[in-house]
Design a protein. Sequence first.
Length: 119
Amino acid sequence: QVHLVESGGGLAQTGGSLRLSCAASGGIVSNNVMGWYRQAPGKQRELVATISSGGSTNVADSVKGRFTISRDNAKNTMFLQMNSLKPEDTAVYYCNMYFWRANRQYNYWGQGTQVTVSS
């Protein structure tokens, strides 16, 4: 079992910055992919960015150039630096980790952290 805990959400003004963190613990497989997803009220959960344990990233077009995903493998921690925030970035942000073990995919989610951007 893997436990993911997000932190760093809160209230920011348009144009401001926030930094999210996700700490992972438990039965982690070293070769994994971590990511940030978000869900705004009345909308489906959407991908924000992912990063593999090898450092390969995938960033949604809507946040490209404003958000940066990174991770510290030694500490099993992932970060999302969010700059130039917009009101449309308001959502609950979820941390995700998945990996394969014995031909089976394991997928875990954090509890989410609220990000609110005021106009």
